[in-house]
Ligand binder design. Structure first.
Ligand SMILES: [Zn+2]
Length: 291
């Protein structure tokens, strides 16, 4: 296991406000270096950051080469104004705004584009999401515009209908993907999307006292069933921990994600994860910089 396909160098696995404060007014190099060294010591040599608008992922990419780590970043995530993602990303209201953000991402040296197209899981109730997703038409337009500019697209998305629409849009990877149905599973496979289920963001929560552990267990089981279903259909399942999210510390989160995926996929784990990792590494190439 050599890659974590979804981390946030900005965040600390504890509390996002405090984590962001550490990196103001500028990214904390000493902290970033400690984390890169820890990833390297664990044998992790490829990191794909989900992005942040504070420049932490971009600084991490600059430093990563010293640690022998290939580091890909979208610069910042892109979300619709008023929807989930504003705390870490930049927002669009009109399609022209979105195109301006694509230009900003390119200018910042983004390796790919990261979209936020739905809300989060509401961990207090099985099946509940925090908000409505973007429409299928919006997803198609956003993904197509990024592809037109030569960017691969990683997208945060939850819910069966939203994931199905997003997969059909031709997105390259889908992150989280809670509560899939059969149609969504088939859409992932038929469109060769890499699904990064971030099981640690659910599996690591019991014991925190913040949620009902019985609900968490039910959510995790449902995610694991869907992972097995997509794997059985021949789909791509990637190891990405969402390190930095609540209860998902850097490096330890990568290892917990490996544990959850092994528990889910059994003896097929290595072959499945390697296939997805290969896909991501070929699609999400570090941009040629300085040219
Ligand atoms: Zn994330």
């Amino acid at each position: 296991m050599f890659a974590d396909l979804h981390i946030h160098m900005l965040l600390d696995g504890v509390y996002w406000r405090d984590a962001i404060a550490v990196h103001k007014p500028q990214p904390d190099d000493a902290l970033i270096r400690r984390r890169l060294a820890a990833y390297r010591s664990a044998g992790i040599t490829y990191l794909r950051d989900g992005g942040d608008r504070f420049g932490v992922c971009l600084r991490a990419r600059e430093l990563a080469a010293e640690y022998g780590i290939a580091y890909c970043t979208p610069a910042f995530p892109i979300c619709k104004k008023g929807r989930y993602g504003g705390f870490i990303g930049r927002s669009w209201e009109t399609f022209a705004d979105y195109q301006a953000l694509l230009a900003q991402a390119r200018a910042a040296g983004a390796d790919f584009i990261k979209l936020m197209v739905s809300g989060l899981m509401d961990f207090s109730a099985f099946g509940a999401l925090t908000e409505e997703p973007l429409t299928g038409e919006e997803m198609r337009s956003l993904v197509a515009a990024a592809h037109d500019q030569g960017f691969a697209v990683m997208a945060h998305c939850n819910g069966a209908k939203a994931v199905q629409s997003l997969a059909i849009s031709g997105v390259d990877s889908i992150e989280h993907g809670a509560y899939l149905d059969d149609a969504a599973c088939h859409a992932l496979v038929e469109n060769r999307v890499v699904w990064v289920p971030t099981l640690s963001t659910i599996g690591n929560l019991p014991g925190s006292g913040r949620y009902d552990d019985a609900v968490l267990t039910q959510i995790l089981r449902s995610a694991q069933e869907n992972v097995r279903k997509v794997a059985a259909l021949g789909g791509f399942i990637g190891l990405g921990s969402d390190a930095g999210a609540f209860r998902v510390p850097h490096v330890a989160g990568t290892l917990s994600e490996e544990k959850w995926l092994r528990q889910t996929l059994g003896e097929e784990t290595d072959a499945i994860l390697t296939a997805a990792e290969t896909q991501v590494k070929s699609r999400f190439q570090p941009a040629k910089r300085g040219t």
